[in-house]
Ligand binder design. Structure first.
Ligand SMILES: [Zn+2]
Length: 167
């Protein structure tokens, strides 16, 4: 009952992922329809329900355009889990402030990059110019497309892909 279910807005925009339990609750309450069912069935006390994989809400949920949360994990993911100075996919990755904090660097997508421990140590508290280092590519906030936001669920839920593309 904890298996993830993709929830679409009334206009088919992917909204979030909820548990099977919550999705069945929405279906039973008539607040959502099932777009795709998983292969099994859910048995409740009184009913047998096809296990949902994707549901669509009957009403429109208004919300601001989603953004990718600025976290260490999301920075690593944006950078392909590779050091942005040497390209190494090191085991021990760190976060580096391109412009050091004590030099006015902020906590933002364009100032935080993935760095291996060696590059981070080499750069120290210096700017790129001072350290004679360059970034492999410019960094910026990742576009919060549905495929990006829900990428973690795709290996197990390939059937979601057509519903995520284009959002
Ligand atoms: Zn490195």
């Amino acid at each position: 009952m904890d298996a993830p279910v993709l929830v679409l807005n009334a206009n088919f925009e992917p909204l979030n992922v909820c548990s099977t339990r919550r999705a069945v609750g929405l279906l039973v309450a008539g607040r959502a329809e099932m777009l795709l069912n998983g292969r099994c069935y859910v048995h409740t006390v009184r009913l047998t329900y096809p296990r949902p994989s994707i549901i669509r809400l009957g009403h429109m949920v208004k919300r601001p355009r989603p953004r990718v949360r600025l976290t260490k994990r999301e920075i690593f993911r944006r950078d392909g889990f590779a050091c942005q100075y040497c390209g190494a996919r090191a085991h021990r990755l760190t976060i580096d402030h391109v412009v050091p904090r004590h030099r006015g660097g902020d906590h933002s997508w364009s100032n935080l990059v993935t760095a291996c421990a060696a590059c981070n140590l080499r750069k120290g508290g210096r700017t790129l110019l001072e350290a004679h280092m360059v970034l492999l590519r410019p960094v910026h906030e990742p576009h919060a497309s549905a495929s990006y936001l829900f990428a973690g669920h795709l290996p197990e839920n390939q059937a979601w892909l057509p519903y995520l593309e284009g959002w």
